[in-house]
Every structure is written in structure tokens, then in C-alpha cells.
Ligand binder design. Structure first.
Ligand code: BJ8
Length: 422
């Protein structure tokens, strides 16, 4: 295996601590993903990509920059990747999923904020984020309060995501998308022509279609892919090089097709079909998925930004001019049903569609600690689901292992309730 320590040192990474981080991530991956028995052969492409996310992926971005290309750090699926690709700018999603890094953020941020943000800044503060010197700009967004204030604190560029979806809000967002396009042009020195933007849109649609295809196999009575592995694929969709990801996703789809035809399931035994809804699970974090599937459930859908929220909607690819394409892009992004919106009624509609299409028996709301938006919204969703006879369970947690036993007990009790048909 190639040694990347020289490159990491040049990038200002604390190699000793970085080794610790990598070991903790590998141990976790072994405990969760490698402990599954009936995985598709091609899932190894994603295991490899996971392990390469802090080595050869870093080298790829470094190489891109040495050739004059640019890259930006992103933290939310509202940042229009299509525009970045149109300007040959690589978006690097930097949401932290490592529990190991969380406490390092205490030097710069309060402790009482969600682990996703703490982990993100924990990596930066501990000197274990290899991308720190590999980006020209960090693009934050006005979603939750913790994110907004953190961006201000560190002087990031901020896209204003409106909090409502009225005509005025849509106009504001369209302006933000236009401005982001100009920022990408200035940064890269590349004018985003119709052809370039069409290329960016088509590339991202290709990626989202590849994810939709994989996800559709989870509708089957015997899903050929586990929820844990489907999560890994979605997590890597955000961080792996886009062309390699699409190739790997297509190889996995072909294998899933064969497995489906032969009735090969990812699971040893029958199990109740679960949908996980709510806060995202960034790369390196799969705690709830592991607990739930270890308890014998089949996670068949993920209603989160590391799930369908990222790939459900495509950008319309009609033959339009540049303005038309920007409008289509803005429209597509306004369909994202993040809990930062008020009201966020389409989230319930989208959730019910998933429950129906994936034949879901029960919903588990995954709430990252201090994520007030998803936490409060879960109460509304729970009530609405109950009215329709769909049981749900709210689990608030963080990246630590401390509450694993307690969650396991609650998940098992939820399973008994589902089995009794309550
Ligand atoms: S579109 S979910 S990626 S904001 S978990 S940091 S919301 S306190 S990540 Fe998110 Fe964009 Fe919304 Fe998706 Fe805040 Fe909640 Fe933490 Fe979150």
C-alpha cells in the first residue's frame, strides 16, 4: 500500500494523530460493515473508497489543484454541485462523522451543539483534516443556528438558504444560486457557458440516477443490499471522485440485479422493514444503522441527506438557455425538505411516499443530539404517522458508544411492538 505520510505532512496534517483517527475509523468499519455475512462482492469497491478517503482521494484533489483546478469545502447538500463542476471546481463535503474527533472542537466551540458540527471542527482543530490546505473557499449556508454561527465565527462564505418557500423566498434563493455561479467563475477563471452548465447538470443527474437505481433494489421483499451498506454507498456519493463513484455504483447495480434475479438477500433471516428518518449520518458514523440491523431489522430506506434527500430529485434537463438552467437548478434545490424550513409540510408527504413504496413497517427517527429542527419535527411526524397506523420511535443520540446498550434495548422493544402489530 502506498505511503501517504509525506503528502499529509506537506498538507500540514498531524500524521501521528491522523493515524489514530484512521485506526479508529477502520476498527469501526470492521465492527459494523465487515461483520455482515452476505454482502455483494462489489461492495468492496466502496470499502476501499472509504479507506482511501484520506489518502488517494486527497492525492487526486491535490493533483487537480496542481494542474490549476480549484476546490471548495461544503457542509450541506444545498450547495449546488452542478455549478461547481461546470467551473471545474471540486466540491469537498466536510461534514464530520468521526466520534474520535468530536471533543477536539471544544477548544473553539461550545460543547452543547450537534456532534456533526463538533466532529467537523474537531478534525480541523486536531490537524487531522487533510483538506484544510486543499480548498480555496469554504461555503456554508444558513440552515440550522449552530451551522450559521459557526460559519460566521470562522469567516466562511455563506449561501442564504431561505426558511420558507414562498415566491419571495424562491426569488431570494435564485439570487443566491446566481451569485454562487459568479463566485465559481471568479474562483476558477472559467466562464460557465450553457454547454458547461449543461455538462455539470447532466453529470450530477447521472450520479443521482445511479443512487436511485441502487436504492430501488431496497424495495424488493428480499433486499439484496443491507441498510448499512446502502448508507456506505450514500456517504461515499458525497466524498468520492464523481466519475469513479458512478462507475462503482453501476458495477454494484449490475450485481444487485443478478442477486435480485436469483433471490439473494443481504439478510440471513426475515425481518421487519424499517425506515430511518431525520439527521444525516456522515461518513465514519453508522452507529444507529448497525444497532438496528444487528437487532434483526432490515433498513430499507433512509429519509436523510445521507439518503433519499440527496438523490430523490433531479434537475430538469430541457434544452434551455443559461438562465433557464439556473432556474431549473434553483427549483430542484428548493425541493429539499430540510427541517430548517417553516413549515416543512412536504417532508411528511415525501415520507409517506417512501413508507408506501418501500413497504415500511416502522420508522425510526434518528436525531443527532442538539439537532432541534429534526428533533421537534419528529414529534409532529410521529403524531401524523400514528394517525395512519405507522409506528415510530424517536432516538436521540451522538457519535459516542455510551448509549449503545440503551438504544439497543429501546430498538428491541420497538421490534416486539411491531411483531405484536401494535
Ligand atoms: S439540508 S440536514 S445537510 S442542514 S444535524 S448541522 S441540521 S443541528 S446537517 Fe443538514 Fe443541509 Fe439540512 Fe441536510 Fe444542524 Fe441538525 Fe447538526 Fe445538521
Amino acid at each position: 500500500m502506498a505511503d501517504y505520510s509525506k503528502m499529509l505532512t506537506e498538507l500540514g496534517v498531524n500524521v501521528g494523530l491522523h493515524d489514530e483517527l484512521q485506526k479508529s475509523l477502520s476498527r469501526l468499519h470492521e465492527k459494523t460493515h465487515f461483520s455482515q455475512k452476505n454482502r455483494p462482492e462489489t461492495i468492496r469497491l466502496f470499502d476501499e473508497a472509504f479507506h482511501k478517503s484520506h489518502s488517494s482521494r486527497v492525492a487526486e484533489i491535490k493533483d487537480h489543484r496542481e494542474k490549476g483546478g480549484k476546490s471548495i469545502g461544503t457542509f450541506c447538500i444545498y450547495v449546488p454541485e452542478e455549478i461547481a463542476y461546470a467551473a471545474d471546481v471540486i466540491p469537498i463535503p466536510l461534514c464530520g462523522g468521526s466520534g474520535w474527533a468530536v471533543s477536539y472542537s471544544d477548544k473553539v466551540l461550545p460543547r452543547d451543539i450537534c456532534p456533526l458540527i463538533r466532529s467537523t471542527f474537531g478534525m480541523a482543530v486536531s490537524g487531522t483534516c487533510p483538506f484544510k490546505k486543499l480548498k480555496d473557499l469554504d461555503v456554508g449556508e444558513t440552515t440550522c443556528d449552530a451551522k450559521k454561527k459557526a460559519w460566521d465565527l470562522f469567516g466562511f462564505k455563506v449561501m442564504e438558504v431561505p426558511q420558507k418557500k414562498n415566491p419571495l423566498d424562491r426569488a431570494l434563493w435564485l439570487g443566491e444560486v446566481r451569485e454562487f455561479l459568479q463566485t465559481m467563475e471568479t474562483l476558477s477563471g472559467i466562464r460557465i457557458t450553457e454547454e458547461r452548465l449543461r455538462g455539470g447538470i447532466s453529470l450530477m443527474n447521472q450520479k443521482r440516477r445511479a443512487l436511485q437505481r441502487i436504492n430501488a433494489f431496497r424495495m424488493l421483499p428480499n433486499p439484496p443490499l443491507s441498510g448499512l451498506d446502502a448508507l456506505l454507498v450514500s456517504q461515499l456519493a458525497l466524498s468520492q471522485g464523481i466519475h469513479e463513484f458512478i462507475r462503482n455504483a453501476e458495477a454494484l447495480s449490475e450485481e444487485l440485479e443478478r442477486r435480485a434475479e436469483s433471490g439473494i438477500s443481504a439478510y440471513k433471516a426475515e425481518g421487519k422493514r424499517i425506515l430511518i428518518a431525520g439527521s444525516p449520518s456522515p461518513l465514519g458514523y453508522a452507529k444507529l444503522h448497525h444497532i438496528v440491523e444487528s437487532a434483526g431489522f432490515h433498513i430499507v430506506a433512509d429519509e436523510s441527506c445521507t439518503g433519499t434527500r440527496y438523490f430523490r430529485d433531479l434537475v430538469e434537463e430541457e434544452d434551455g438557455d443559461l438562465d433557464g438552467m439556473i432556474l431549473a437548478l434553483a427549483d430542484r434545490y428548493m425541493k429539499i425538505d430540510c427541517s430548517c424550513f417553516s413549515p416543512n409540510t412536504e417532508r411528511l408527504e415525501n415520507l409517506l411516499t417512501l413508507i408506501h413504496d418501500f413497504n415500511v413497517h416502522g420508522v425510526i427517527h434518528h436525531i443527532l443530539q442538539y439537532c432541534h429542527g429534526y428533533n421537534i419535527e419528529a414529534r409532529f411526524l410521529e403524531k401524523e404517522l400514528k394517525k395512519r397506523g405507522i409506528p415510530s420511535l424517536i432516538v436521540e443520540t451522538d457519535y459516542s458508544e455510551e448509549d449503545t446498550g440503551q438504544i439497543k434495548t429501546r430498538v428491541e422493544a420497538f421490534g416486539e411492538m411491531l411483531a405484536e402489530g401494535k
